[in-house]
Design a protein around this ligand. Sequence first.
Ligand code: NOJ
Ligand code: CA
Length: 691
Amino acid sequence: MTRNLAFVILIFGLGFACQRSAAPPEMVKSPNGQLAVEVFLTPGTQQAAYRVLFRNEVVIDTSRLGFVFQDQAKLAGGLKVEQAIQSSIRETWEPVWGEDAQVANNYEELKVDFKETMGLERQFSVAFRVYDDGLGFRYEFPAQPNLDSVIILDENTEFSLTGDHQTWWQPGDWDIYEHLYNATRFSEIDAISKRNHPNLAQTYIPENAVNTPVTMKTDAGLYLSFHEAALYNYSDMTLKVDKDHLRWVSELVGSPDSSKVKIRTPFHTPWRTIQVAERAGDLIESHLIVNLNEPNKLENTEWIKPMKYAGIWWSMHLGQYTWEMSSGRHGATTEHAKNYIDFCAANNIKGLLVEGWNTGWEHWIGFEDREGVFDFVTPYPDYDLAEVVRYGKEKGVAIIMHHETSSAPRTYEKQLDTAFALCQSLGIHAVKTGYVGPIIPKNEYHHGQWMVNHYQKVLETAARYQVAVDAHEPIKDTGIRRTWPNFLSREGLRGQEFNAWANDGGNPPNHLPTIAFTRMLAGPIDYTPGIFDIKFDQYKPDNQVNTTLAQQLALYVVIYSPVQMAADLPENYANQPGMQFIRDVAVDWQQSKVLDGEIGDFVTIARQEKGGDRWFIGSITNENPRKIDLAFDFLPAGRKYLARIYADGPNAHWDNNPLDLVISEQVVDRSTTMPVQLAAGGGVAISLTPQ
Ligand code: NOJ
Ligand code: CA
């Protein structure tokens, strides 16, 4: 990857600014004029407020903005508008890796400066950036005499709805996003603590709040999704359900002393985002979240490599091997690692994750005193780290380092330089991190400001040692991959691992068709697809994957990540015709198109590989079988492609017959329409090679 690609390339930029006299409401429209935001003071109370219109219809009604600070009057009404400035940006930038090689960043900005007319005369601005596919707004607090060190007790940002929309939501857990999504009307949201994570019973879930992204559909068929962008030095925003007024109100994640954020002026909040789409698939194609982030800060990015990887991993989740050595069934041995490297080399898989390689796993989960357990540099005696890395290099397979912190971030922070220096000395350029268990110290939460800063410190330290990060039990993605492209991927959802051990039946067939329109709007997902031994009765007769084999293949295209695992045991891929798709499928993309989909039902995505002519298609369905008609009109004119189709067989079914896979070939061009039958819990994966 050339250095140039690492940089934002401004293809053309138009900037102008004009100052307006303070005559609210101020209004700003998206470049195509369809989405509009009005900013004004509420009559009487003079509180800052906004409204959003799409095609002249209100989609977010009058919503107030304000804060509650400790030891200060709350910041709400009594304001005047000092000035409003509009500006306009049209540019295209090139991410280091991503769903599309070029990203258009076109928006109109309106920044309104507010000031209290009496008392402390505090000042702040709200900047709105309005795109064709949604908007973001953030608070900006300048340095000022009466607002210096601030303790935020509440941010009261409202999002007033125009109806009781259908909502795809998960509880607003402060510690983990590993929950199933629920589909209910807004007024029926019932996000109480009854759905605690099976392994992390202590997670904190406030009543009636949801995590973002949360996605909605109005009765008129408009799609809305609420999230945030560029979360730094602040707490994760959950959304409280105000049923009486049919609105969301921001609820920041807390800390041991019940404050939400401690910060000094000048500061600004993350962007509060609202995606607006007429087609469900447009939610996925949107670049709103990354666009609201700053350009790439890393000068040299050649070491950041999208790739497929395998792992000494699933075998531990199945109970075949263990992370700890004392069991006598240690997974991370030199010998196993070499076998896996041979498997990777034979199957066009460029990375190998090895978990359980370092000492400490005898004392990691379920113990109170986890501080100091892992040191991230000491291998178990049966694992020769240097030799494994050497063997991998010889075979063209990079080792992915593993840092399970057991949620003792202070221990990890003390070790960061040592740990990443070890990676650098071995030529290791990727790490998977983990944060299982409640955070030490008690009452810090995974999603609070303190941990947001920790995750960022890890990311920035890793970058200094040329290491890319794939975080499990992470803070949610808010598009910072644009600025820090070494943040490759994250978990932050119920991943494949739940199918190995969850006692609630695992991830149901509607999980991933929902994830594509909710969690995936935040950013890349390390779901770890590719389980071929769907029932794994030999290891866990009571658990299974709840999809067909064809769907497992389709996930490499549908669920976006620049690192994609071939998660199953090597022996389960032996002599499997479906393995050819995993060998072939790309991980970095020139362009991505969502051909069709409905939230929770099905989704079909086509992606063209970056720097090549091949296309890949993935389609997945929930528990309902369905026929789709694939139109190939996205292909360039005048070219023919050989389509290799990995489809559900006539008798396929996620539970009764998941392995029924039929592979066929057909020549297609842009005029082709191909009917495909997806089984219950099934899917289809297609590779298209130019002829
Ligand atoms: C939970 C992670 O999600 C999983 O991938 C990992 O194997 C375990 N923690 C151990 O670190
Ligand atoms: Ca996890």
